[in-house]
Design a protein around this ligand. Structure first.
Ligand SMILES: Cc1cc2nc3c(=O)[nH]c(=O)nc-3n(C[C@H](O)[C@H](O)[C@H](O)COP(=O)(O)O)c2cc1C
Length: 193
């Protein structure tokens, strides 16, 4: 694989809000699970702490969690996005980091203690974008959301309380053929030597 291939994959990941609650033809839930599993395994973490965790919600559990999020939000305008996730996405990947792991690192390496929560944020962000990019490669569209507190309150009871919710990637079959054009700032990376 060339760098160009990888860069093309990065550039082709986009925010797709218009979704259908299905997977592209030939793509299975098991394949989605394997992609997310590989990303959680291989996305680097500080001190190789492997702080990332993820679950995939789909079917009745996806609907239950997102319905609870919708019902918990007071304003009608605020309900719109989570309602679209509930009704239009095939599923949602919930990204966590394990606070217990972060606390263990802080105890073991006190000089770095204040940095570990931020390192966990960084690794979670990397896992989120890796997932978003990889799912696009199999034709799945998605958008990233942060209903963290509401989602936390609605999660299956078996999810450990010390798993801190960072983000939700709603995913499904893209319901549009084209997306709004993305604009860019002039942002050169300069080399100093
Ligand atoms: C760290 C981060 C947080 C984001 N949070 C949200 C969010 O809470 N809700 C949302 O609709 N989009 C969110 N987005 C999507 C961005 O708005 C979107 O990626 C950006 O406008 C660029 O568009 P693109 O994804 O099509 O390239 C987030 C993206 C990133 C990288």
């Amino acid at each position: 694989m060339s760098a160009a291939h990888y860069l093309k994959a990065i550039a082709s990941r986009r925010t797709v809000y218009a979704l259908k609650p299905e997977l592209p033809s030939g793509v299975t839930l098991e394949e989605v699970q394997a992609i997310v599993q590989a990303i959680i395994k291989d996305t680097p973490t500080s001190f190789n702490s492997q702080v990332n965790r993820a679950i995939i919600l789909t079917g009745a559990e996806h609907k239950r969690v997102w319905d609870q999020v919708v019902k918990s939000i007071p304003s009608d305008s605020g309900k719109k996005r989570p309602a679209s996730v509930r009704d239009e996405a095939f599923g949602s990947v919930i990204f966590f980091t394990d606070d217990k792991t972060t606390e263990q690192l802080q105890a073991k390496f006190p000089a770095w203690a204040s940095a570990f929560p931020q390192f966990a944020d960084h690794s979670s962000g990397a896992a989120q974008i890796n997932t978003w990019t990889a799912l696009k490669q199999v034709g799945i569209g998605g958008h990233l959301q942060h209903f963290n507190g509401y989602v936390k309150a609605a999660l299956p009871k078996s999810i450990p309380l010390e798993w801190q919710v960072h983000a939700q990637l709603a995913f499904g079959m893209p319901a549009v053929d084209s997306l709004p054009e993305k604009t860019y700032i002039d942002n050169p990376v300069k080399v100093f030597s």
